[in-house]
Design a protein. Structure first.
Length: 151
């Protein structure tokens, strides 16, 4: 069970694609779209990132910072950002600390096999660092995710 609506987000978010530490305090006074996704360069994750890229101006006008999180490395994130022309930061959560805190890392199953993986989940964090909305794995639409957030 991870963080829920009404909980304060962790003070330390993690390290971005450039090795820079991101803290919640870096975004004081701004709303954050913190989206957790399984893997760079995969079809669903690319569709989701591109939806957020294409809706980025509208998200910024609505006061949101967008930050993606996966367990991929900084180098993988750099390639993903360059290939898809992403205008936002990606956190390299290789130690899974942030994912575990938010409850997005856990046991999954595909074709009858159990494995550990990321649950595609988006957290909307308000200007005070408090989680105000959660878009669950069953609710996330990778192709129209930016519109889901703004709606």
């Amino acid at each position: 069970m991870g963080l829920q609506i009404g909980d304060k987000a962790p003070a330390i978010l993690g390290v971005n694609q450039d090795g820079k530490a991101l803290k919640l305090s870096d975004f004081t006074g701004e709303k954050i779209v913190l989206y957790f996704y399984p893997k760079d360069q995969t079809p669903g994750c690319t569709a989701q990132a591109c939806s957020l890229r294409d809706g980025y101006d509208d998200l910024r006008k609505a006061g949101y910072q967008v930050i993606g999180v996966s367990v991929d490395s900084e180098a993988s994130h750099q390639k993903f950002i360059a290939k898809q022309n992403l205008p936002f930061q990606l956190i390299a959560d290789v130690d899974k600390k942030l994912s575990e805190a938010f409850g997005t890392w856990g046991e999954k199953s595909m074709y009858g096999k159990q494995y550990m993986g990321m649950f595609r989940t988006t957290f909307i964090i308000n200007e005070n660092g408090v989680i105000e909305k959660i878009i669950t794995p069953k609710e996330v639409n990778t192709k129209t995710h930016a519109q889901q957030i703004i709606a």
